[in-house]
Design a protein around this ligand. Structure first.
Ligand SMILES: Nc1ncnc2c1ncn2[C@@H]1O[C@H](COP(=O)(O)OP(=O)(O)O)[C@@H](O)[C@H]1O
Ligand SMILES: [Mg+2]
Length: 403
């Protein structure tokens, strides 16, 4: 727990999230001190990245030339962008730095290798620069201690979801569809099952990548509402193959990132699919590549893959409950419709809503969780969940940086 005498001034925490979609910066201004039963979201702010910055981020998801220089120039550049966003939020709310107790900064993940020899995870957006520029204390690098304790360092949000649903009697799921999708399973009260959380696989990542590859001259950065995907036909054989992927089949604890679910992964899957089909029926290879596997059908299949990898993970845990969706994928209506269909089979019965049904802004929930992680750091609260991440013990996550 931090020595609070000199540094615990102010009233609010700010949570900062920059997710693997590399779309922009989410900020949540949160009050944990009011008498309200739950953390109270006072205000939020979103700043999108320019295409140039987004490209700098996504180009670091995979090994490439001159990575150290590129990563650590970007580390500082992002800290400046984070500080600009924080200052914009403060002026929007007529606040100044003295009103903020601390910023809980997730930063920007550029590499996540929880299963390597000497596992590591790398979030950039220099916490020290951010503290100095904003004159606000920063708590960051939340994933490292969990990883040092043998955990995956991810996902970190389930403990926050557990608090939001602490009064709920029945089974709930929170499904966050960001670049990667993660679920939190909150069993009904009195159940012998424990809270679980893991990344199910891709969220918007492959949909964004495939869309961008085939719409290079479009102003749109993603397949808005899944309109393009909805024009295609799902290739069932390809879908079956994608669902056989090692990560999708692995049991939790598990977490993943854009270094895995990347365009290269997809190209390998497509090459394997064509080779497999060709070896069985050589005479139809032209048809396979030109008609069966056209770009829009692949987008439709990726959408079905994203939805089914989420629904399969849920159905393996239980056959009924309430599912609350958050993250940018909630705005992809075709994806949500497909997810609803794949969750409600003849054996299962799920009530599916967005977080908005609980009066919670699903676009800002993750940023709120990082505000809570800073609050938990200051108060010495346990903030990892060994059952979720696989860490050997529970602990308080984060490191602090003074202005
Ligand atoms: N209207 C929409 N239609 C389809 N996809 C959308 C829409 N709005 C947002 N998205 C998707 O949501 C992503 C951003 O979601 P977000 O939760 O911020 O992810 P992350 O946490 O990875 O940054 C975008 O990259 C896009 O793929
Ligand atoms: Mg985002």
């Amino acid at each position: 727990m931090i020595n609070t005498d000199n540094v615990m001034q102010g009233k609010y925490y700010i949570g900062l999230m920059s997710g693997t979609s590399a779309d922009g910066i989410d900020l949540a201004l949160v009050d944990f001190t009011s008498n309200k039963p739950k953390p109270h979201l006072v205000a939020s702010f979103y700043q999108s990245y320019s295409s140039a910055v987004a490209k700098k981020i996504t180009s670091l998801y995979q090994p490439g030339n001159n990575e150290i220089d590129r990563a650590f120039h970007l580390d500082v550049e992002l800290a400046h962008l984070f500080a600009q966003a924080i200052n914009a939020l403060l002026s929007q709310e007529s606040l100044n730095s003295a009103d903020i107790i601390a910023i809980g900064s997730h930063g920007q993940t550029i590499r996540h290798r929880p299963c390597a020899n000497n596992p590591f995870t790398l979030q950039i957006g220099c916490c020290q620069t951010l503290a100095t520029l904003t004159e606000i204390r920063v708590v960051g690098q939340f994933r490292r201690k969990d990883m040092a304790l043998g955990g995956q360092g991810a996902p970190l949000v389930p403990i926050f979801h557990q608090q939001l649903f602490s009064q709920a009697a029945d089974t709930n799921f929170v499904v966050n569809i960001g670049g990667i999708a993660n679920i939190t399973f909150l069993p009904e009260q009195g159940s012998s099952k424990s809270v679980l959380g893991f990344d199910t696989g891709p969220g918007n990542a492959l949909l964004d990548d495939w869309f961008a590859k085939h719409h290079s001259s479009s102003h749109e950065k993603f397949d808005k509402n899944g309109t393009w995907a909805a024009k295609g036909r799902v290739n069932q054989a390809l879908l079956t193959q994608l669902l056989e992927d090692d990560y999708i089949k692995a049991v939790a604890p598990k977490s993943t990132g854009r270094e895995y679910f990347h365009l290269d992964w997809l190209e390998q899957q497509l090459a394997f699919f064509i080779e497999k089909t060709y070896s069985q029926c050589p005479e139809i290879i032209c048809e396979v590549s030109e008609t069966v596997l056209n770009a829009v059908d692949i987008q439709a299949t990726l959408l079905a893959f994203t939805a089914q990898s989420i629904s399969d993970a849920i159905i393996l845990l239980t056959l009924e409950g309430k599912v609350y969706l958050c993250g940018g994928g909630v705005h992809n209506s075709a994806l949500v419709d497909t997810l609803k269909t794949s969750l409600n089979t003849s054996d299962s019965d799920f009530e599916i809503n967005s977080m908005q049904a609980l009066n919670i802004d699903g676009d800002i929930l993750e940023a709120m969780a990082f505000a809570w992680l800073a609050y938990a750091f200051d108060h010495g609260l346990v903030s990892n969940m060994p059952a979720v991440t696989g860490a050997s013990t529970s602990c308080t996550l984060g490191s602090t940086y003074l202005p």
